[in-house]
Ligand binder design. Structure first.
Ligand code: TYD
Ligand code: MG
Length: 432
């Protein structure tokens, strides 16, 4: 007798995802299938473009410990109550651990089936019996297919498991959510190689020391990307933050030096954040620049413009810029606020507490147009700002009430106007 290993036929052709491959006229295609279900967590539904689409595969990526499992367990519980059986396959935690977490989150667990299993074939077997309305696989790096010889978490396993889940999702018209770990530098071959396979990619991010978390959509086959959901990690799980601007500005101090508010756009959502700057004489060696929450390259550009075009002597100053709340702003529209905060700190004069600023700074010191000014101004007005420094070129045809746009064409104009507008605080003279 000789042993013969039967190898299954390779299934890694992407065409097998779609059972029917005959050409079909677009106008005859069945579009009623693509209705989405809200998931019971409004911030998540928003990022998904309205909700979960049956048969879609969604990847939720993020650093370990950021809260992916927590978010998905909460989602699972919501959908189980609304639509029926949900399977949560956990390859990272034991049933006991998931149970403890569920208790902490106050989840009753009806119709929520936990499955501590890492063999994907076994998972499929169980799913076929349960016929759930949603499947969560936490995480894709922990599951494996026994027919492949590499260990779980390897590129082949991760890719092949995802393709298999994709096929299963499409065949059964059941949405599947998978989680994937990414490290800070994105070095480990993880979710990045899956981005082109799955239907939607969401990244969960935030500073580990801050309790706020942002859920961003990087790719979405069923809705717009660049949407962002804001959550706060609390004792009993993640709670939605539906008015993030108010929270990010909650600890702002009146007429403090080197501080101004700007409106960053996160997808279609304006977010008011406070930008702070501190300049201080370099005690030895090279002056340093520190950027927290803003792009380092843009900070260098802005300090260079302030030095060369406005004559601010920053070459012997350390400059620190910080965005409060652990938020990262990547838009050039925050340039003017950064510049004003630096100028305010350098001149030791406060900016007006009720004035915000948006605008991009160009190399010759001009203030350039930015997109969606009206939306940003409306958000600023909603939060009680009275004035906002804006690029002169964007100000035409905008219609806002309760806030006065202050159009400027150069950074010099903006700094002069901003500093003249600020009230000088009564002297307190702590140091003397
Ligand atoms: P987790 O969802 O396990 O992260 P991930 O799956 O992305 O690795 O979240 C873990 C962190 O969240 C952990 O450090 C503790 C914190 N946490 C809370 O603060 N409150 C809670 O209710 C829960 C469940 C977790
Ligand atoms: Mg986890």
């Amino acid at each position: 007798m000789a042993e013969q290993v039967v190898k299954p036929i390779s299934t890694n052709q992407i065409s097998t995802i779609f059972p029917q491959s005959m050409p079909m006229e677009l106008s005859c295609a069945d579009i009623t299938a693509e209705i989405c279900w809200p998931v019971g967590i409004a911030e998540l539904s928003r990022v998904l473009g309205g909700g979960l689409v049956p048969g879609s595969l969604v990847l939720v990526g993020g650093e370990p410990g950021i809260g992916k499992s927590t978010l998905l367990l909460q989602t699972a519980s919501q959908l189980a109550q609304k639509r029926g059986a949900v399977v949560y396959a956990s390859g990272e935690e034991t049933l006991h651990q998931v149970n403890l977490r569920a208790k902490r989150l106050g989840i009753s667990g009806e119709k929520l089936f936990l499955l501590a299993e890492t063999n994907l074939e076994t998972i499929f077997e169980r799913l076929d019996r349960l016929k759930p309305c949603l499947v969560i696989v936490d995480s894709i790096q922990s599951v494996f297919l026994s027919e492949l010889e590499t260990s779980s978490g390897s590129i082949t396993q991760v890719r092949e498991c995802t393709l298999r889940l994709m096929r299963w999702a499409k065949q059964t018209q059941t949405p599947v959510i998978i989680t994937g770990h990414v490290t800070k530098d994105g070095a480990i071959a993880g979710p990045r190689i899956l981005e082109h396979i799955v239907d939607s990619v969401l990244y969960f991010e935030g500073e580990l020391f801050s309790s706020y978390r942002l859920l961003r959509s990087i790719k979405n086959r069923f809705g717009s990307t660049n949407e962002v959901g804001v959550f706060e990690m609390k004792e009993n799980g993640l709670s939605e933050v539906d008015n993030p601007s108010q929270i990010f500005l909650a600890q702002r101090q009146r007429d403090s030096i080197g501080s101004i508010v700007t409106t960053a756009l996160e997808g279609s959502r304006p977010l008011m954040v406070e930008v702070q700057a501190l300049t201080s004489l370099t005690s030895f060696g090279q002056p340093r620049r520190t950027a927290n929450g803003v792009d380092f390259g843009r900070l260098l550009l802005i300090t260079a413009v302030l030095t060369r075009r406005l004559g601010l002597k920053l070459s012997n100053q350390d400059v620190i810029v910080n965005v409060t709340g652990g938020i990262q702003i990547n838009e050039p529209a925050a340039d003017m606020a950064i510049a004003l905060a630096i100028a305010s700190s350098f001149r030791d004069k406060p900016l007006n507490y009720e004035t915000a600023a948006v605008g991009e700074v160009g190399l010759s010191g001009e203030i350039r147009a930015i997109p969606q000014l009206e939306r940003r101004l409306n958000e600023a007005a909603r939060l009680g700002f009275k004035k906002c420094l804006v690029p002169r070129s964007s100000v035409k045809n905008i219609n806002v009430s309760n806030i006065e746009p202050l159009p400027v064409s150069t950074l010099r104009e903006a700094v002069l106007l901003g500093l003249a507008d600020g009230k000088t605080t009564p002297a307190t003279n702590i140091s003397e």
